[in-house]
Write a protein that binds this ligand. Sequence first.
Ligand SMILES: [Zn+2]
Ligand SMILES: [Zn+2]
Length: 339
Amino acid sequence: MEKGVRLIGTDAWSLDRPYPLIGAEWRKRRDPSLLWPAHFAGIEREYCHIEKMANLDKLPEVGATRAHSTRASVISPGGRGRYRKKTAREEMVVFHPNAAEGVHRIEGSFTNWYLLEEDGRLTVVDTGVPTSWSSLIEALENLERTLSDIEAVVLTHAHFDHLGFAERARAELGVPVWVHENDVPLTKQPRQYAHERARTYYFATQLRAAPMVAAFVRNRAWWPRPIKEVRRYGGGNLPVPGSPRVVFTPGHTLGHCSLYLPDRDCLIAGDAIVTLDPYTARTGPRIVARAATADSERALASLEALAETGAGTVLVGHGEPWTAGIEQAVEEARRAGVS
Ligand SMILES: [Zn+2]
Ligand SMILES: [Zn+2]
Protein backbone atom coordinates (compact mmCIF):
# COMPACT_ATOMS: atom_id res chain seq x y z
CA MET A 1 0.00 0.00 0.00
CA GLU A 2 2.94 2.29 0.50
CA LYS A 3 3.47 1.99 -3.25
CA GLY A 4 0.03 3.38 -3.93
CA VAL A 5 -2.04 0.21 -4.14
CA ARG A 6 -5.58 1.02 -3.14
CA LEU A 7 -7.52 -2.03 -4.27
CA ILE A 8 -6.63 -5.53 -3.17
CA GLY A 9 -8.45 -8.70 -4.07
CA THR A 10 -8.10 -12.36 -3.29
CA ASP A 11 -9.73 -15.50 -4.62
CA ALA A 12 -9.94 -16.82 -1.03
CA TRP A 13 -12.38 -15.92 1.75
CA SER A 14 -9.68 -14.08 3.60
CA LEU A 15 -6.51 -12.20 2.94
CA ASP A 16 -4.90 -13.89 5.93
CA ARG A 17 -3.07 -17.13 5.87
CA PRO A 18 -5.19 -20.15 6.84
CA TYR A 19 -6.12 -19.95 10.55
CA PRO A 20 -4.97 -23.48 11.49
CA LEU A 21 -1.52 -22.51 10.17
CA ILE A 22 -1.50 -19.24 12.12
CA GLY A 23 -2.70 -21.09 15.24
CA ALA A 24 0.02 -23.72 14.99
CA GLU A 25 2.72 -21.06 14.64
CA TRP A 26 1.32 -19.12 17.59
CA ARG A 27 1.35 -22.20 19.80
CA LYS A 28 4.96 -22.77 18.89
CA ARG A 29 6.35 -19.23 19.07
CA ARG A 30 3.84 -17.21 21.12
CA ASP A 31 4.65 -14.20 19.00
CA PRO A 32 1.67 -11.76 19.08
CA SER A 33 2.66 -10.21 15.74
CA LEU A 34 1.63 -13.52 14.13
CA LEU A 35 -1.99 -12.80 15.09
CA TRP A 36 -2.21 -9.55 13.20
CA PRO A 37 -4.91 -9.78 10.50
CA ALA A 38 -3.78 -8.42 7.15
CA HIS A 39 -6.78 -6.14 6.74
CA PHE A 40 -5.66 -4.23 9.84
CA ALA A 41 -3.42 -2.42 7.36
CA GLY A 42 -6.54 -0.44 6.55
CA ILE A 43 -6.51 1.15 10.00
CA GLU A 44 -3.55 3.22 8.99
CA ARG A 45 -4.14 3.52 5.27
CA GLU A 46 -7.51 3.39 3.60
CA TYR A 47 -7.87 0.76 0.92
CA CYS A 48 -10.51 -1.36 -0.75
CA HIS A 49 -10.46 -5.08 -0.08
CA ILE A 50 -12.41 -7.66 -2.11
CA GLU A 51 -12.61 -11.34 -1.29
CA LYS A 52 -13.66 -14.40 -3.19
CA MET A 53 -12.91 -12.84 -6.57
CA ALA A 54 -13.31 -14.92 -9.70
CA ASN A 55 -11.45 -14.75 -13.01
CA LEU A 56 -8.22 -13.44 -11.56
CA ASP A 57 -6.44 -14.92 -14.56
CA LYS A 58 -8.37 -12.50 -16.73
CA LEU A 59 -6.89 -9.40 -15.11
CA PRO A 60 -5.39 -7.07 -17.70
CA GLU A 61 -1.64 -6.90 -18.06
CA VAL A 62 -1.75 -3.20 -17.48
CA GLY A 63 -2.70 -1.83 -14.08
CA ALA A 64 -2.77 -5.13 -12.24
CA THR A 65 -0.24 -7.19 -10.35
CA ARG A 66 -0.84 -10.82 -9.51
CA ALA A 67 0.79 -12.38 -6.50
CA HIS A 68 0.18 -16.10 -6.79
CA SER A 69 2.55 -17.11 -4.05
CA THR A 70 0.35 -15.56 -1.38
CA ARG A 71 -2.84 -16.56 -3.16
CA ALA A 72 -3.71 -12.91 -3.21
CA SER A 73 -4.15 -10.57 -6.11
CA VAL A 74 -3.20 -6.98 -6.03
CA ILE A 75 -4.48 -4.39 -8.43
CA SER A 76 -2.03 -1.56 -8.52
CA PRO A 77 -1.65 1.39 -10.82
CA GLY A 78 1.86 0.64 -12.05
CA GLY A 79 4.14 3.44 -13.05
CA ARG A 80 5.17 6.40 -10.98
CA GLY A 81 3.30 9.39 -9.76
CA ARG A 82 1.07 10.31 -6.91
CA TYR A 83 -1.81 8.15 -5.95
CA ARG A 84 -5.11 9.32 -4.64
CA LYS A 85 -8.03 7.36 -3.32
CA LYS A 86 -11.36 8.67 -4.48
CA THR A 87 -14.81 7.72 -3.29
CA ALA A 88 -15.40 4.02 -2.84
CA ARG A 89 -17.08 3.74 -6.24
CA GLU A 90 -14.40 5.48 -8.17
CA GLU A 91 -11.31 4.18 -9.88
CA MET A 92 -7.88 4.91 -8.70
CA VAL A 93 -6.53 8.05 -10.27
CA VAL A 94 -2.86 8.60 -10.83
CA PHE A 95 -1.28 11.98 -11.32
CA HIS A 96 1.90 11.96 -13.38
CA PRO A 97 3.51 15.40 -13.31
CA ASN A 98 5.61 16.38 -16.33
CA ALA A 99 4.94 13.42 -18.59
CA ALA A 100 6.58 15.87 -20.96
CA GLU A 101 7.88 19.27 -19.94
CA GLY A 102 4.91 21.14 -18.45
CA VAL A 103 2.46 18.50 -19.63
CA HIS A 104 0.87 16.68 -16.71
CA ARG A 105 -0.95 13.43 -17.17
CA ILE A 106 -4.01 12.38 -15.21
CA GLU A 107 -4.86 8.72 -15.52
CA GLY A 108 -8.16 7.21 -14.42
CA SER A 109 -10.68 4.71 -15.76
CA PHE A 110 -8.00 3.55 -18.21
CA THR A 111 -8.14 6.95 -19.86
CA ASN A 112 -5.62 9.81 -19.87
CA TRP A 113 -6.18 13.51 -20.00
CA TYR A 114 -3.67 16.30 -19.65
CA LEU A 115 -2.92 19.67 -18.14
CA LEU A 116 -0.76 21.78 -20.38
CA GLU A 117 1.07 24.51 -18.53
CA GLU A 118 2.55 27.76 -19.77
CA ASP A 119 3.70 30.43 -17.33
CA GLY A 120 1.26 29.21 -14.71
CA ARG A 121 -1.66 29.28 -17.10
CA LEU A 122 -3.35 26.01 -17.99
CA THR A 123 -5.06 24.30 -20.89
CA VAL A 124 -6.99 21.13 -20.13
CA VAL A 125 -6.56 18.66 -22.99
CA ASP A 126 -9.49 16.22 -22.90
CA THR A 127 -11.60 15.91 -19.78
CA GLY A 128 -11.78 12.24 -18.90
CA VAL A 129 -15.04 10.91 -17.58
CA PRO A 130 -17.64 12.88 -15.62
CA THR A 131 -16.14 11.89 -12.25
CA SER A 132 -12.75 13.25 -13.32
CA TRP A 133 -13.69 16.70 -12.01
CA SER A 134 -12.48 15.75 -8.53
CA SER A 135 -9.22 14.53 -10.06
CA LEU A 136 -8.86 17.94 -11.67
CA ILE A 137 -9.18 19.63 -8.27
CA GLU A 138 -6.53 17.33 -6.80
CA ALA A 139 -4.18 17.75 -9.74
CA LEU A 140 -4.42 21.52 -9.37
CA GLU A 141 -3.58 21.20 -5.68
CA ASN A 142 -0.54 19.14 -6.58
CA LEU A 143 0.56 21.81 -9.02
CA GLU A 144 -0.27 24.60 -6.56
CA ARG A 145 -2.66 26.07 -9.07
CA THR A 146 -6.34 26.88 -8.86
CA LEU A 147 -9.35 26.55 -11.12
CA SER A 148 -8.93 30.19 -12.11
CA ASP A 149 -5.59 29.34 -13.78
CA ILE A 150 -7.46 27.30 -16.38
CA GLU A 151 -7.95 29.28 -19.56
CA ALA A 152 -9.25 26.74 -22.01
CA VAL A 153 -10.33 23.19 -22.66
CA VAL A 154 -9.22 21.54 -25.90
CA LEU A 155 -10.70 18.22 -27.00
CA THR A 156 -8.74 15.91 -29.27
CA HIS A 157 -12.11 14.45 -30.18
CA ALA A 158 -15.58 14.38 -28.71
CA HIS A 159 -15.88 10.78 -27.56
CA PHE A 160 -17.74 10.12 -24.34
CA ASP A 161 -14.59 9.12 -22.48
CA HIS A 162 -12.85 12.41 -23.31
CA LEU A 163 -15.51 15.01 -22.75
CA GLY A 164 -16.33 14.06 -19.15
CA PHE A 165 -16.26 17.41 -17.36
CA ALA A 166 -15.99 19.68 -20.40
CA GLU A 167 -19.46 21.17 -19.99
CA ARG A 168 -18.91 21.69 -16.29
CA ALA A 169 -15.65 23.53 -16.98
CA ARG A 170 -17.38 25.69 -19.58
CA ALA A 171 -20.33 26.53 -17.35
CA GLU A 172 -18.52 26.99 -14.04
CA LEU A 173 -15.19 28.44 -15.16
CA GLY A 174 -16.43 30.31 -18.20
CA VAL A 175 -13.66 28.91 -20.40
CA PRO A 176 -14.02 28.00 -24.07
CA VAL A 177 -14.17 24.35 -25.09
CA TRP A 178 -12.30 23.88 -28.36
CA VAL A 179 -13.20 21.02 -30.65
CA HIS A 180 -12.67 20.30 -34.34
CA GLU A 181 -15.70 21.34 -36.35
CA ASN A 182 -16.33 17.78 -37.60
CA ASP A 183 -16.79 16.58 -34.04
CA VAL A 184 -19.22 19.31 -33.00
CA PRO A 185 -22.26 17.04 -33.54
CA LEU A 186 -20.75 14.54 -31.09
CA THR A 187 -20.56 17.18 -28.38
CA LYS A 188 -24.33 17.53 -28.57
CA GLN A 189 -25.10 13.82 -28.59
CA PRO A 190 -22.09 12.06 -27.12
CA ARG A 191 -23.60 8.60 -27.34
CA GLN A 192 -24.33 8.77 -31.05
CA TYR A 193 -20.80 8.10 -32.16
CA ALA A 194 -20.04 6.17 -35.30
CA HIS A 195 -18.17 2.91 -35.16
CA GLU A 196 -17.66 0.08 -37.61
CA ARG A 197 -18.38 -2.85 -35.39
CA ALA A 198 -20.93 -3.41 -32.64
CA ARG A 199 -19.57 -2.70 -29.19
CA THR A 200 -21.45 -5.70 -27.84
CA TYR A 201 -19.27 -7.90 -30.02
CA TYR A 202 -16.22 -6.72 -28.14
CA PHE A 203 -17.82 -6.91 -24.74
CA ALA A 204 -18.85 -10.50 -25.41
CA THR A 205 -15.55 -11.68 -26.83
CA GLN A 206 -12.89 -9.56 -25.20
CA LEU A 207 -13.05 -10.62 -21.62
CA ARG A 208 -9.70 -9.10 -20.86
CA ALA A 209 -11.18 -5.70 -21.56
CA ALA A 210 -14.00 -6.21 -19.07
CA PRO A 211 -12.35 -4.27 -16.23
CA MET A 212 -12.00 -1.24 -18.50
CA VAL A 213 -15.56 -1.37 -19.70
CA ALA A 214 -16.69 -1.77 -16.08
CA ALA A 215 -14.66 1.29 -15.16
CA PHE A 216 -16.40 3.30 -17.86
CA VAL A 217 -19.78 2.22 -16.56
CA ARG A 218 -18.96 2.96 -12.92
CA ASN A 219 -17.78 6.41 -13.78
CA ARG A 220 -20.78 7.19 -15.94
CA ALA A 221 -18.43 7.60 -18.89
CA TRP A 222 -21.25 6.89 -21.29
CA TRP A 223 -23.35 9.67 -19.90
CA PRO A 224 -21.36 12.88 -20.12
CA ARG A 225 -23.27 16.14 -20.27
CA PRO A 226 -23.63 17.50 -23.80
CA ILE A 227 -21.63 20.69 -24.34
CA LYS A 228 -23.91 23.66 -24.81
CA GLU A 229 -21.44 25.87 -26.61
CA VAL A 230 -18.15 25.03 -28.28
CA ARG A 231 -15.42 26.90 -30.08
CA ARG A 232 -14.61 25.28 -33.40
CA TYR A 233 -11.11 24.82 -34.66
CA GLY A 234 -9.86 23.77 -38.04
CA GLY A 235 -6.08 23.84 -37.98
CA GLY A 236 -3.10 25.98 -37.07
CA ASN A 237 -1.94 26.88 -33.60
CA LEU A 238 -4.63 27.27 -30.97
CA PRO A 239 -4.62 30.54 -29.01
CA VAL A 240 -4.53 28.77 -25.63
CA PRO A 241 -1.71 28.22 -23.09
CA GLY A 242 0.96 25.99 -24.65
CA SER A 243 -0.07 27.04 -28.20
CA PRO A 244 -0.60 23.48 -29.41
CA ARG A 245 -0.41 22.96 -33.16
CA VAL A 246 -3.41 21.11 -34.55
CA VAL A 247 -2.57 17.94 -36.49
CA PHE A 248 -5.68 16.72 -38.28
CA THR A 249 -5.90 12.96 -37.75
CA PRO A 250 -9.40 11.83 -38.72
CA GLY A 251 -10.54 8.24 -38.66
CA HIS A 252 -11.12 7.38 -35.01
CA THR A 253 -13.70 10.15 -35.24
CA LEU A 254 -14.11 12.29 -38.32
CA GLY A 255 -12.86 15.36 -36.50
CA HIS A 256 -10.11 13.78 -34.47
CA CYS A 257 -7.03 15.96 -34.05
CA SER A 258 -3.74 15.47 -32.28
CA LEU A 259 -1.87 18.33 -30.66
CA TYR A 260 1.80 18.92 -31.33
CA LEU A 261 3.99 20.90 -28.96
CA PRO A 262 7.24 21.44 -30.91
CA ASP A 263 8.98 23.34 -28.10
CA ARG A 264 8.46 20.34 -25.79
CA ASP A 265 9.13 17.64 -28.40
CA CYS A 266 5.77 16.23 -27.45
CA LEU A 267 2.68 15.06 -29.28
CA ILE A 268 -0.64 14.63 -27.51
CA ALA A 269 -2.10 12.05 -29.85
CA GLY A 270 -5.51 11.50 -28.25
CA ASP A 271 -6.97 8.31 -29.67
CA ALA A 272 -5.33 8.62 -33.10
CA ILE A 273 -2.75 6.20 -31.73
CA VAL A 274 -2.96 4.51 -28.33
CA THR A 275 -0.74 2.16 -26.34
CA LEU A 276 -3.70 0.42 -24.72
CA ASP A 277 -6.89 -0.39 -26.58
CA PRO A 278 -9.70 -0.25 -24.02
CA TYR A 279 -11.86 -2.42 -26.26
CA THR A 280 -9.45 -5.33 -26.63
CA ALA A 281 -7.02 -4.71 -23.75
CA ARG A 282 -4.15 -5.08 -26.22
CA THR A 283 -1.09 -3.02 -25.47
CA GLY A 284 1.55 -1.43 -27.67
CA PRO A 285 1.07 1.30 -30.27
CA ARG A 286 -2.11 0.74 -32.32
CA ILE A 287 -5.25 2.37 -33.58
CA VAL A 288 -8.38 1.79 -31.50
CA ALA A 289 -10.58 -1.21 -32.35
CA ARG A 290 -13.43 -0.86 -34.79
CA ALA A 291 -15.86 -0.90 -31.82
CA ALA A 292 -15.00 2.75 -31.29
CA THR A 293 -13.59 3.84 -34.61
CA ALA A 294 -15.59 5.56 -37.32
CA ASP A 295 -13.23 4.76 -40.22
CA SER A 296 -10.26 2.48 -39.59
CA GLU A 297 -8.79 2.91 -43.06
CA ARG A 298 -8.68 6.63 -42.55
CA ALA A 299 -7.29 6.18 -39.04
CA LEU A 300 -4.41 4.17 -40.50
CA ALA A 301 -3.82 6.82 -43.15
CA SER A 302 -3.74 9.53 -40.48
CA LEU A 303 -0.75 7.87 -38.84
CA GLU A 304 1.37 9.53 -41.53
CA ALA A 305 0.47 12.99 -40.23
CA LEU A 306 1.53 11.92 -36.76
CA ALA A 307 4.86 10.54 -38.02
CA GLU A 308 5.58 13.80 -39.83
CA THR A 309 5.77 15.67 -36.53
CA GLY A 310 8.83 13.62 -35.55
CA ALA A 311 7.87 14.08 -31.89
CA GLY A 312 9.99 12.26 -29.31
CA THR A 313 7.33 11.82 -26.64
CA VAL A 314 3.85 10.64 -27.52
CA LEU A 315 1.07 11.05 -24.96
CA VAL A 316 -2.01 9.00 -25.73
CA GLY A 317 -5.67 8.85 -24.73
CA HIS A 318 -5.32 5.32 -23.43
CA GLY A 319 -2.19 3.64 -22.13
CA GLU A 320 1.30 4.60 -21.09
CA PRO A 321 3.28 7.39 -22.71
CA TRP A 322 5.55 6.39 -25.58
CA THR A 323 9.02 7.87 -25.44
CA ALA A 324 10.76 6.08 -28.30
CA GLY A 325 9.64 8.57 -30.93
CA ILE A 326 6.49 8.80 -33.02
CA GLU A 327 8.01 7.19 -36.11
CA GLN A 328 8.54 3.89 -34.33
CA ALA A 329 5.11 4.06 -32.71
CA VAL A 330 3.51 4.58 -36.12
CA GLU A 331 5.49 1.69 -37.57
CA GLU A 332 4.24 -0.61 -34.82
CA ALA A 333 0.66 0.63 -35.16
CA ARG A 334 0.72 -0.10 -38.88
CA ARG A 335 2.00 -3.57 -38.15
CA ALA A 336 -0.74 -4.14 -35.54
CA GLY A 337 -3.31 -3.07 -38.12
CA VAL A 338 -7.06 -3.09 -37.57
CA SER A 339 -8.72 -5.08 -34.79
ZN1 LIG B 1 -12.02 7.97 -28.65
ZN1 LIG C 1 -10.87 7.24 -25.85
